[in-house]
Design a protein around this ligand. Structure first.
Ligand code: ADP
Ligand code: ZN
Ligand code: ZN
Length: 712
């Protein structure tokens, strides 16, 4: 007997085809099976899909059907829940099923042929030890705080989803560990997923989970999933999760698609972090998908943050007001006398002109050094200076390929574009007028570090009377940003130097502001955070507030020193409500103010948005395509209802208008109804595809839809 199988595949040629293709098979394979199929002249991986349901398969003349090339034996079919998750994500984010399904699998699974894979599987089967079963009672060293206990009690008593609103240092990680611990101890085979925003944070988390669960369940019980792993490691983790051998999966946003047959708990740490949103291909929000997946698989979901996204905060309002999430609050830091750092605003209007470090801040840093304590200074801009400038003719170091300046990196004397990567040696003289006196404008972390070293040149560290430095050693400043941590292992070794106390002052970008459990830092300073106050992006204040709260959270994490820990903010707008709320560590007040503004302006979470972006060699073509697609809405069935349910804004250049010589434009679509927006986008896809074939689509390089965009 020959069966017809619907199979989802990913190929650019078929990216317009949203549903599965039909193949012949000598045996009926269950949905979720992995198969190799021929497509054109190539052979590739596909997933057998459900023959009924919303993902209608693509009708082909039965005589033209081709047989599958082979089935991957030894890997159990992907579950119905997994297929539903993929199908939902594809529909919601307006991408093809095949693209989402195949992108959700580890690269080696897609790329290795059947024979290679079988060899790999055999190897893993040999390596995997059976997990020891849970002991009767696990031993834990710490006693929970009252706030932790009550959060866990409520977590146990209610179905959720939960928003764990816990201040920095309140012990959220301990709550996650306990929730996972309970689950694994009471439900044989149950699996848990824990997501973190940054790869940088996974090793730390892995260490804590491994220390807690390795001795009980074996070292294979905890696996990681993130893009920093080798393809072989990723396959190994994926197989362990898929087979059920891994009880805990730790990962970045990609982990949300991990195949886990017994998933019972999903934790999303730092749920507000923008990196949960994928920025290319299917632009999904891993946090939102986690909530959906939890409902789908009856797994409990806990989102955690000290500064939740306004969306999640709004969802966790009281049930009587329409809330859907259960808010669990942990307002205090762990430790009897632990307090949050004192926030000090330095009014830069009253400081010496052009000073980078206000004298009182410099004083405070110097005092910390004298006491053997650490300070952290952060600035969200790497490189030496953002622009190189000629005062004679006003030449600036523009990137010839982008609408951006090339950044001056002093260390290798280059001008580098942070958007397209275009790099040149710094010219000896102004390329426009020959003036040899070209100067850096503004300041990045590299220059900040250099400047601070000059300012602290006469300061000495305590307890270091050595022959070489009879008056005490010079201050040690370290810088951590994307430039100093390019090589594997560099970030870890630099962090280790900070933790061991070798460093007195740490300078860096937001990389150092997030998550790290520094124990000796008692002063954190944001030297120039004002830009975000006046950004055209309505989410900029939300991001700034959470970044500053996070940064403040790095200070005084040890209860012993928390009493005199401080967060310094240098600003020209000290009375700004954002800083007022920060001073009081009052996220709820900040959120209330922001939500009120959003409600008045009918912005998310009070409305729903999608962006359609277009790229072409000229701005005219990019915008022309969008405008034509917008005009074509009038010819769609139900055009009147569409016009009532949503608003399509005019096409405009993106704020980064040109990258690598490609012009970028975007068009915003807004609706007060998520359903109406979804329905419209699904219908409009065909119009966009058709517009591309019209004269208006000539010269267009690509277009894409971004649902619930984070940056407008
Ligand atoms: P958060 O993630 O909320 O910022 P962490 O989970 O990193 O906080 O906890 C902050 C510090 O407090 C960590 O060093 C952690 O080991 C410690 N800690 C957490 N819970 C307890 C507890 N119940 N008793 C003692 N120390 C704790
Ligand atoms: Zn460039
Ligand atoms: Zn010049």
């Amino acid at each position: 007997m020959i069966c017809q199988l619907p199979v989802v595949v990913h190929t650019p040629v078929h990216s317009q085809v949203a549903g599965p293709l039909t193949y012949l098979s000598p045996v009926d394979l269950p949905a979720g099976s992995l198969v190799r199929i021929p497509l054109g002249k190539r052979e590739m991986m596909g997933v057998v899909w459900d023959s009924s349901g919303e993902d209608a398969s693509f009708a082909i003349d039965p005589k033209k059907l081709r047989p599958i090339a082979g089935a991957l034996e030894g890997i159990a079919p992907l579950s119905k829940a997994w297929r539903k998750l993929v199908s939902f994500a594809a529909h919601y984010y307006q991408r093809s099923l095949g693209e989402v399904a195949l992108a959700a699998l580890p690269p080696q699974l897609r790329d290795l042929n059947t024979l290679q894979l079988e060899r790999r599987l055999k190897k893993h089967a040999k390596g995997a030890n059976p997990a020891p079963s849970a002991p009767e009672s696990a031993i834990f060293s710490v006693a929970l705080t009252a706030e932790q206990s009550s959060a866990i009690d409520r977590f146990n008593a209610e179905p959720g989803p939960f928003l764990l609103f816990g201040t920095t240092g309140s012990g959220k990680t301990e709550v996650y560990l306990r929730c996972v611990e309970q689950l694994l101890a009471h439900t044989p085979e149950a699996q848990a997923m824990v997501m973190v925003p940054e790869i940088n944070l996974t090793p730390q988390l892995e260490e804590r989970f491994m220390a807690r669960f390795g001795p009980i369940y074996g070292e294979h019980a905890v696996v990681s999933m993130h893009s920093g792993m080798t393809p072989a490691q990723r396959l190994k983790s994926w197989l362990a999760a898929h087979s059920g051998a891994a009880r805990i999966v730790l990962g970045t946003r990609m982990a949300v698609f991990a195949s886990m047959p017994n998933l019972k708990l999903i934790i999303v740490d730092e749920e507000h972090d923008p990196s949960y949103k994928q920025q290319e291909g299917a632009r999904y929000s891993a946090r939102d998908l986690a909530v959906y997946r939890g409902r789908l698989e009856e797994a409990k979901v806990m989102l955690g943050s000290a500064t939740p996204s306004l969306e999640s905060w709004h969802h966790s309002r009281p049930v009587a007001e329409g809330g859907r999430y259960v808010r669990l609050e942990m307002p205090s830091r762990v430790g009897a006398n632990a307090t949050l750092p004192l926030v000090r605003r330095v009014d830069m209007n009253h400081q010496p002109k052009k000073c980078v470090f206000a004298p009182p801040l410099l004083d405070a840093i110097t005092q910390r050094i004298a006491k053997g304590e650490q300070s952290m200074v952060f600035l969200n801009r790497r490189g030496y200076a953002p622009v190189l400038h000629c005062a004679d003719c006003d030449w600036k170091s523009e990137c010839p390929h982008c609408s951006a300046f090339r950044v001056f990196h002093k260390i290798d004397r280059t001008l580098r574009c942070h958007h397209c990567g275009f790099t040149e040696r710094v010219p000896r003289a102004c390329p426009a007028c020959g003036n040899p006196d070209i100067a850096p404008l503004g300041r990045g972390t590299e220059r900040l570090e250099e400047h601070l070293a000059e300012l602290l040149v006469n300061v000495r560290r305590p307890n270091s009377v050595s022959e070489q430095w009879p008056e005490g050693e010079p201050v040690r400043i370290a810088r951590i940003d994307a430039d100093t941590t390019k090589l594997k292992g560099e970030l870890e070794s630099q962090l280790a130097r900070v933790h061991s106390g070798e460093v007195d002052v740490l300078v860096g970008t937001q990389m150092i502001a997030k998550g790290h459990d520094f124990r000796r830092i008692t002063l954190v300073a944001a030297v120039n955070p004002d830009n975000a106050l006046f950004s055209s992006d309505f989410r900029a204040p939300e991001r700034l507030f959470s970044l500053l709260m996070q940064a403040a959270g790095r200070a005084g994490r040890d209860a012993e020193v928390s009493g005199h820990s401080e967060m310094w903010v240098q600003t020209f707008h000290p009375a700004h409500p954002l800083f007022e709320a920060l001073k009081r560590h009052d996220y709820p007040a900040f959120a209330a103010g922001q939500l009120k503004e959003r409600e008045q302006a009918a912005m998310p979470p009070f409305s729903y948005q999608a962006l359609v972006r277009a790229e072409a060699h000229t701005q005219e073509v990019a915008q022309g395509f969008l405008t034509a697609a917008s005009a074509a809405v009038a010819t769609m069935p139900g055009a009147e209802a569409i016009a009532q349910a949503l608003f399509i804004f005019p096409a405009v250049p993106m704020s980064m208008q040109r990258i690598a010589n490609i012009e970028r434009a975007q068009m915003l679509i807004e609706s007060s109804s998520r359903v109406a927006l979804q329905r419209f986008l699904a219908d409009w896809q065909a119009v966009l595809h058709a517009t591309r074939l019209q004269p208006e689509g000539k010269g267009l390089i690509r277009w894409a839809i971004d649902v619930d965009p984070l940056a407008i």
